[in-house]
Design a protein around this ligand. Structure first.
Ligand code: GDP
Ligand code: MG
Length: 314
């Protein structure tokens, strides 16, 4: 029987060739610097949701890039900041755990502004790690001619700590080949950790929920975004269509009103946009039904957080 199991395992994950490299790269940085956008670009598929709203990423999410020379597992983390409530604490704790649980650290900053207090706070957290660190200057496309002087403060920071620098844009892709090369140089020889065709460790259901949350972040007013969690209640796969039932949990009745909108118009808009994203994800037709429920104080309750899939990783 165990022989049988071995056969199944080796069938899914092939043995890596001699000299093959692999390892985990932790993407860390302040909120909104483009960590999730970068990971999506590098793995070639949208697995992490992104938005101009800070704190879009809640779970530690792995993105897998397999090339002929190496397999890089990116660990996207919520931005590091000072926590205000239980959810914030869980997020920051997970980012800190990630720093020590990886092989290489990619510290991403926004090079359209100088080094700030938030960046220095992270630099301090990083002084205790022995892992190689690459300082990634993102949003190069937005920096503008004549503004390269902004890079000086980052060059100084990198020099002080002995870090390597890479400059790129997670939107246009410029500089990302060089970044990839630099990351691979810093990895040790190792096996395939995941099947070569896999791009994320997250189940499809989780990403579906995230795609719904993304539309709420993009479409609703300020007071709603951080109060929302999505539970995928049921997924039913049929021959020509996949049916999905999901609940949008908010904290207050007023937020429920905003999410539903006049005559249900907002929920309709959210549903349509999320459905289009989900169809890309599964490459097939989706029927989506959304419900909205008030769950007071879900962010303060560790049990409720766990039920909704937000875990503190040990
Ligand atoms: P995260 O919080 O660090 O994960 O940031 P996100 O990936 O969610 O990105 C935050 C915002 O910055 C989004 O609106 C992105 O479209 C935008 N963004 C990310 N990378 C770039 C980039 O290289 N150039 C430009 N112009 N915008 C970017
Ligand atoms: Mg993110």
């Amino acid at each position: 029987m165990s022989e049988n199991n071995d056969m199944i395992t080796s069938g899914m994950i092939p043995t890596a060739p001699d000299g093959y490299k692999s390892g985990f790269v932790g993407i860390i940085g302040r909120p909104n610097v483009g960590k999730s956008t970068l990971m999506n670009y590098l793995v070639g598929q949208k697995i992490a949701i992104t938005s101009p709203v800070a704190q879009t990423t809640r779970n530690r999410l792995r993105g897998i890039l397999t090339t002929p020379e190496a397999q890089i597992i990116f660990v996207d983390t919520p931005g590091i900041h000072k926590p205000h409530h239980e959810l914030g604490q869980v997020l920051v704790k997970n980012a800190q755990v990630a720093i020590h649980a990886v092989d290489v650290i990619l510290f991403v900053v926004d090079c359209t502004a100088e080094v700030g207090g938030g960046d220095r706070y992270i630099a301090e957290l990083l002084t205790n790690t022995k892992n190689p660190i690459i300082l990634g200057l993102n949003k190069a496309d937005q920096q503008g001619e004549g503004n390269q002087f902004l890079d000086n403060s980052y060059q100084e920071l990198a020099k002080d700590h002995g870090w390597t620098i890479a400059k790129f844009s997670a939107v246009t892709g410029e500089g990302l080949e060089a970044l990839q090369t630099s990351l691979i140089q810093n990895l040790e020889p190792g096996p395939y950790y995941y099947p070569p065709d896999l791009v994320t460790d997250q189940p499809e259901r989780f990403i579906m929920g995230e795609l719904i949350r993304e539309q709420i972040l993009l479409l609703t007013r300020e007071e709603v975004p951080h109060s929302v969690a999505i539970a995928i209640e049921r997924v039913q796969e049929e021959d020509s269509i996949t049916r999905v039932w999901a609940t949008v949990c908010v904290e207050r009745p007023s937020q429920k009103g905003i999410v539903i909108g006049k005559g249900g118009s907002m929920l309709q808009t959210i549903g349509t946009a999320a459905r289009q994203q989900m169809q890309k994800l599964i490459d097939g037709k989706i029927y989506l039904e959304l419900f909205v429920k008030v769950q007071p104080k879900w962010r303060q309750s560790r049990t409720r957080l766990a039920e909704l899939g937000y875990r503190v990783e040990e």
